[in-house]
Design a protein around this ligand. Structure first.
Ligand SMILES: Nc1nc2c(c(=O)[nH]1)N[C@H]1C(S)=C(S)[C@@H](COP(=O)(O)O)O[C@H]1N2
Ligand SMILES: [Mo]
Length: 314
């Protein structure tokens, strides 16, 4: 098992919405790498190119915390395909080829199909500012751009046999140095129960901060479930399968007693190696904030788990 380190994040505290919305025009250009280099000297390689997106403002509840600085959210990452240190994905992920890109959707569906990234980007997109909570007890607030996953699911018409959804990330040893190691059982896989996947908060994510996703954040398409620990949010998805049995995930294979299938944010259930009661809202250095059950999304999602013992189904 990897031992988690807690390096100090760099970057300014917050990026007001107006600032990142204005900035996306120049960040899309050749200055992006320079801007990141200037803010974080540890990022040696050029950041992946991103492009502005068109989207409407999603109707999600307003958060009291402002979005995390883009520079921090794009240089402090977990993406083990590109290394286990927080700064390695930003340094290494520019080798990932994100065009052309297709997502194969199959399993228990009436209309299996392969969908190209251009078709996904042409769909109606919205921005949703979500609170995100990593199992390592740090959190961020991120403005994602995408659509409810249910919109994509409805295109393929899941059958009554579909009880779970399995997400599979790309695993390309030539492009991903971490995949040449055995730190996880590749490809990275994750899963949701069907009702969780179809919940309107579950977000098929194509962008952040008004632009397409940087590679280190899971370009070109990933999943985001804000009431669950970050590891549920598989990056760079190439396959989506609707299945009848609960899928085995990469993290369950690595340590089933540490990373449960449900992975709902829950301050009452500690990770075997550390407490989940508090968290650091990055870039804060100390774990000063109380973690909220379901990461603050309980009003929306708690009913999905009525009657379940969340200490057993962690
Ligand atoms: N394919 C893949 N997806 C992944 C991971 C990974 O290592 N590989 N890490 C997960 C974890 S632990 C977290 S916290 C989030 C981090 O997403 P971010 O870097 O965009 O904040 O991605 C998740 N998705
Ligand atoms: Mo995480």
């Amino acid at each position: 098992m990897p031992r988690y380190l807690f390096p100090t994040p760099k970057g300014s505290e917050i990026t007001p919405r107006e600032v990142y919305l204005n900035r996306r025009h120049f960040i899309a250009g050749a200055t992006a790498a320079g801007a990141l280099l200037a803010l974080d000297g540890s990022v040696k390689a050029a950041a992946s190119a991103t492009e502005p997106l068109k989207f409407s403002e999603g109707k999600v509840k307003a958060l009291s915390d402002k979005p995390t600085a883009r520079e921090l959210a794009t240089t402090y990452n977990n993406y083990y395909e590109f290394g286990t240190a927080k700064n390695e994905p930003a340094r290494n992920a520019s080798t990932l080829k994100v065009r052309p890109w297709t997502v194969e959707i199959g399993g228990e569906v009436a209309k299996p199909r392969t969908i190209g990234i251009e078709d996904l980007l042409a769909m109606e997109l919205e921005e949703r500012i979500y609170r995100m909570r990593c199992v390592e007890a740090w959190s961020m607030v991120i403005p994602w751009v995408g659509m409810s996953f249910s919109k994509l699911a409805n295109l393929v018409e899941p059958t009554s046999k579909a009880k779970y959804v399995k997400f599979t990330s790309a695993a390309r040893p030539e492009e991903m140095p971490g995949v040449r190691t055995r730190i996880l059982d590749w490809p990275y896989t994750e899963g949701l129960r069907m009702d969780e996947a179809m919940h309107p908060l579950t977000f098929l994510t194509l962008g952040m901060y008004g632009e397409t996703l940087p590679n280190q954040n899971g370009a070109p398409v990933r999943i985001v479930t804000p009431w669950k620990y970050g590891f549920k949010n598989a990056k760079s998805i190439v396959r989506i399968d609707f299945v009848s049995e609960q899928p085995r995930t990469a993290w369950m294979t690595a340590g089933a007693n540490e990373y449960g299938f449900y992975a709902n944010v829950n301050p009452e259930v500690d990770h075997p190696r550390w407490s989940q009661k508090h968290e650091r809202l990055l870039p804060a250095f100390f774990a000063s904030r109380e973690t909220e059950k379901f990461n603050g999304y309980g009003a929306e999602v708690a009913s999905l788990y009525s009657g379940m013992d969340l200490a057993v189904n962690f």
